[in-house]
Every structure is written in C-alpha cells, then in structure tokens.
Design a protein around this ligand. Structure first.
Ligand SMILES: *Cc1c(COP(=O)(O)O)cnc(C)c1O
Length: 393
C-alpha cells in the first residue's frame, strides 16, 4: 500500500512536541517544552463558563460567534489598538487562532500562491499554507549577535521574497518562538511593501498583552492605510490562561472577513458555546487585569532567565511571550540543539524544544544551536526546573 498521507501534507508527520512531551513523561522531567500555563485563568472568566454549562449556551452558537462576544472583541480592539470594527460584519469568532489562520489560507489562496513569513515560525503556519495549496517564502530572523539586542531581518531578503505570486504577508508579533516584538520601523517597512505590492497582511497577535519591560505591542492594522488590507488574529488562550478553550477571533474589513467566514463555516462551523460568554467577560476586564498578566509573566521570565544563565547557558531574554531562548554551545560545543534537548532529561530532568524545528531546512543552520524554554509555569515548577538546571553547571 502507498503511504496514505496526501502530498500536500508530506513532511508534516509528527512534531517534536510529541516526542519531547513523551520524553518528559517517561523520565519524570519538568516539561518546559510546550507553552501552556499550569495555573488557572481569572476567576471572573472561569465562573462565567461554569455558569453557562447546562444552559442554552451548550447548543450551536451563531456561525460568526455570539453577539456578546463579537461586541466584546470589537470593544477590546478599540480600547487597546484604537481600531474600530463592526461586530456584525468585521469580527468572526473561530476555534482558536489556529482555525482563524487556517481558514484565511483556505479562503484567500489559489494553488501556487505565495505566503511571505518570518522564521523561526509557529508550526501551524506552514502546514495550513500547504493544506491550502500555497507556497511558503520564508525570511529568516537572525538571533542577536552577542546574545543581547533584538532579533533582526535583512530588508533586502524581505523585498526579494515578494514575487508576483505573493498573496499574503504573515506577521506574528509578539513573535513565538523568539519573543521578539516587531519595531515600529519594521512594521512601517512591512506596511510599505504590502501597499506597494497590493498584498493582504495577516497578523497573529495572540501574545498582544504579554509584553515586558514597558515594550509596546503595535498592531500592523493600525499603521496608515493598513486597516483596509489587514486581518488581525488573536485568541483567549494566552491572554486568559485557557489554552484548551480554543476561542480565537479575526477582525478585518468586511469582504476579507466574509471570505474567511465562508471557509470557517465548513471547518468547525462553530465551537466553544459556553466559553464564548466567558471570553466576552474576560475581554471586558479592566486595564489593570491585562497589565497584571504581563507583570506576572515578566516575573516568571526573570526567574527562568536567571536560572538558565546560572546553569551556564547564554540567554536571549525575550521582550514578550511565554518563551526564552538559550545558546547551547557552552554545554554542547557541537552546537546541536536537538541532541541537547534529547539529552537534557537525563542530564538535568528538564524538557525543552530545539529552535531548529521552527525553521525550514533551507535556514535551519541559523537556529541549530538554539533551544526554547517556556516560563509560563507556577513558581513551584519554575523553582524545581531552576534547581534541576544547576546540574548542568
Ligand atoms: C499558541 C499560539 C497560537 C494558537 O492559538 P490557539 O488560540 O490555541 O489556536 C497561534 N499562534 C501562536 C504564535 C501561538 O503561540
């Protein structure tokens, strides 16, 4: 029998996340691989979900999402990015950010259309481009030379990645796995390019609130002339510590959102009935909640970054997100981050993810020596991880 996997999905077999999580389980290691919090979300949000179960909220919600949630999403966009969206025609609730991204690819791409994105890249992007018959054009992000300063990209390489077949520019800011927040200058360059080549911009902003040290998240949609060509994706998972709820959304001009809705209605149609009013309550929380969430995570970042540095691993401290990146070369002179991750459970009882898996083979050398650790973990778990990492020293 020939292999059952379609040619579109060839090469997307099993992920390193599955391998590393299995390794954590088998070795009793602290799992700093996958990015999910081990502490609960805000009570005001959880209580609404509990109260909604057993009511009519258990049945199919309206296709675009319940009106209360769409209004709360529009209100949240207005409050934090100053952008106005019509809840009825310019907001769509999705099964997580993941479905919003996949539905956009399916809605907008013709076979052979190209999507320009930055790598290292969140793992679902390339797969969803492939499922839609599109082609990825990856522009590499370069790690800071001496471990400090921002990740950067080469403007000429970005310009060269845009061809007559380019349909979408996909930007993830704040960025997973690097923790980079794209600067105003970088976003202005992307905006110029999009306008010059008449591209649609798709932005993944799921870490919009988890930004540290006074850095500021700017939505590319807010730049001059960009709202009309930008689809903004975000999600409740990271903002409210509920990654398993899979409540996401997409905002943009009505014709683009209508196109995405057409694809979305035949993927899941709807999802997360009782969670929709709960996320609406979350999005209406006062500014203080969002500031505290960032401050709390910044403190966790500082604990892990200090622990990693103490273990002799040079750390690229992130400006945002759930993740810190280390250079393994002081511990592994061959610079093999994947081998480091496979050995780490035995060496120290900790699991992490090799950054190389977030690069296409073409640019894998750039991330070969780097490893990603998640710090969205309880104080007790982080303290345990830091203690274990000392064994490396
Ligand atoms: C976690 C994550 C997602 C997935 O969001 P869901 O709402 O769980 O689908 C999408 N993009 C990035 C960059 C992420 O880190």
């Amino acid at each position: 029998m020939t292999a059952p996997l379609s040619s579109r999905l060839r090469g997307f077999g099993t992920t390193v996340f599955a391998e590393m999580s299995a390794l954590a389980l088998a070795t009793g290691s602290v799992n700093l691989g996958q990015g999910f919090p081990d502490y609960p979300g805000p009570r005001e949000v959880l209580d609404v979900a509990r109260g909604a179960i057993g009511t009519s909220a258990d049945q199919y919600p309206p296709g675009p999402g319940i009106p209360e949630l769409r209004a709360a999403i529009a209100g949240h966009q207005q409050r934090f990015s100053g952008l106005t969206y019509d809840p009825d025609t310019e907001v769509l609730v999705t099964a997580g950010a993941t479905e919003a991204l996949a539905a956009t690819m399916l809605a907008l791409l013709e076979p052979g259309d190209e999507v320009v994105l930055f790598e290292p890249v969140y793992d679902s992007y390339s797969a969803s481009v492939a499922m839609a018959g599109g082609v990825v054009r990856a522009v590499p992000l370069h790690p800071p030379v001496d471990g400090t300063g921002p990740w950067t990209f080469d403007e000429a390489r970005l310009r060269a990645a845009v061809t007559p077949r380019t349909r979408l520019l996909l930007v993830n800011t704040p960025h997973n796995p690097t923790g980079k927040v794209f600067t105003s200058e970088e976003l202005a360059l992307l905006a110029d390019l999009a306008k010059q080549h008449d591209l649609t911009v798709l932005t993944d902003e799921v870490y919009e609130h988890l930004v540290f040290d006074g850095a500021r998240h700017v939505s590319p949609a807010g730049l001059p002339g960009m709202r009309e060509r930008t689809l903004v994706v975000s999600s409740a998972g990271k903002t409210f510590n509920v990654t398993g709820w899979k409540v996401g959304w997409i905002c943009g001009p009505a014709p683009l959102v209508a196109a995405v809705r057409t694809a979305k209605q035949f993927l899941t149609y709807v999802n997360a009935g009782p969670f929709q009013p709960a996320v609406a309550a979350g999005l209406r929380l006062p500014d203080a909640y969002f500031a505290a969430a960032a401050g709390d995570l910044q403190r966790r970042r500082d604990v892990l970054v200090a622990g990693l540095a103490g273990a002799g691993l040079p750390v690229i401290s992130p400006e945002a997100t759930y993740f810190a990146t280390v250079d393994v070369r002081p511990v592994r002179p061959d610079g093999d981050g994947l081998a480091f991750c496979r050995a780490l459970p035995d060496l120290a009882g900790v699991v992490a993810i090799p950054t190389v898996v977030f690069y296409t083979p073409e640019h894998a050398d750039l991330g070969r020596h780097l490893v990603r650790f998640a710090f969205c973990k309880s104080d007790a778990l982080l303290a345990d991880a830091v203690e274990r990492l000392r064994r490396l020293g």
